[in-house]
Design a binder for this molecule. Structure first.
Ligand code: ZN
Length: 269
């Protein structure tokens, strides 16, 4: 998918919903997923119910990738509405999963201290397989961790989670040279920057965007680019093709606490 086209298209996508979830799930971020890939809009936040929480906590191996993603988004809805239930965070859970972990989602997020995946999605011990690195970049080592999660842990959702006001993106946009290995890390963001600037140049938009607007465009494009890097994995690709895995790109808003899903690949067919 051409990044330029997707960047143009995503704002036009209407809010969609469906997913044959068990019942009473939150309407926040409810998705339409019919396989293949889609750019997504997001709905408003709605109330969750005790019934939906019970369903979230009872997700099993039989859950579809879409249900797993929806469970994460329901957790985020609880979090931003001040209704986090902090599931699976007592010591009994530690003992329960000491022999084997069975999370249903893997998340590659930024190392930024303000984006702790378990808290943002209101999850607990053993619920999410989390990899974090500044800029949420899908380096070979990070992709290998996600491959392990798909192949051996059995996750059904692989999420790349960027965030607004990302310091790594800001650093990359500065064009400065950095000491140590920081340059190497920042270099992983060059593709996203080039794509955003290319699209903006064609649209004669570059001079109209503020630095902040440009940065947030790069944050979103970087999520999409890292999704593409994950798709180069034969293990993840096979999961996508078999309908066993859903790849989701999302951006966490530091101001609102809300996770916006901006693109998905794969999922149940
Ligand atoms: Zn960051």
């Amino acid at each position: 998918m051409g990044c330029g086209a997707s960047a143009q298209r995503e704002n036009d996508v209407p809010i969609t919903r469906v997913v044959p979830l068990p019942q009473a799930v939150s309407e926040a971020n409810t998705l339409t997923l019919t396989g293949g890939s889609q750019e997504l809009g997001n709905g408003g936040i709605s109330q969750y119910s005790k019934a939906s929480l019970d369903k979230v906590n009872s997700l099993t191996d039989r859950a579809s990738p879409e249900q797993v993603l929806q469970a994460l988004l329901d957790g985020n809805a609880r979090f931003i509405s001040g209704a986090s239930v902090h599931p699976h965070q007592d010591f009994s859970r530690v003992k329960q999963i000491s022999v084997k972990q069975k999370p249903l989602a893997a998340i590659l997020g930024c190392a930024d201290s303000r984006v702790p995946a378990e808290i943002v999605f209101d999850q607990g011990f053993g619920d999410v397989f989390v990899c974090r690195v500044a800029g949420n970049i899908a380096t070979p080592e990070q992709v290998a961790s996600l491959e392990y999660a798909v192949l051996h842990v059995g996750v059904k959702v692989v999420m790349i989670l960027g965030h607004t006001k990302c310091g790594a993106v800001h650093a990359a946009l500065s064009g400065k040279a950095f000491p140590g290995f920081i340059d190497t890390l920042v270099g992983n963001l060059d593709v996203a920057i080039a794509r955003v600037d290319s699209v903006s140049a064609k649209a004669h938009q570059r001079l109209l965007d503020s630095e902040e607007e440009r940065q947030e465009k790069v944050v979103r494009e970087n999520v999409k680019y890292q999704i593409q890097r994950c798709q180069r994995s034969t293990i993840i690709q096979e999961g996508l093709q078999r309908g066993k895995v859903l790849l989701a790109g999302a951006v966490y808003d530091l101001d609102t606490g809300r996770v916006h899903v901006i693109v998905t690949k794969g999922g149940t067919r």
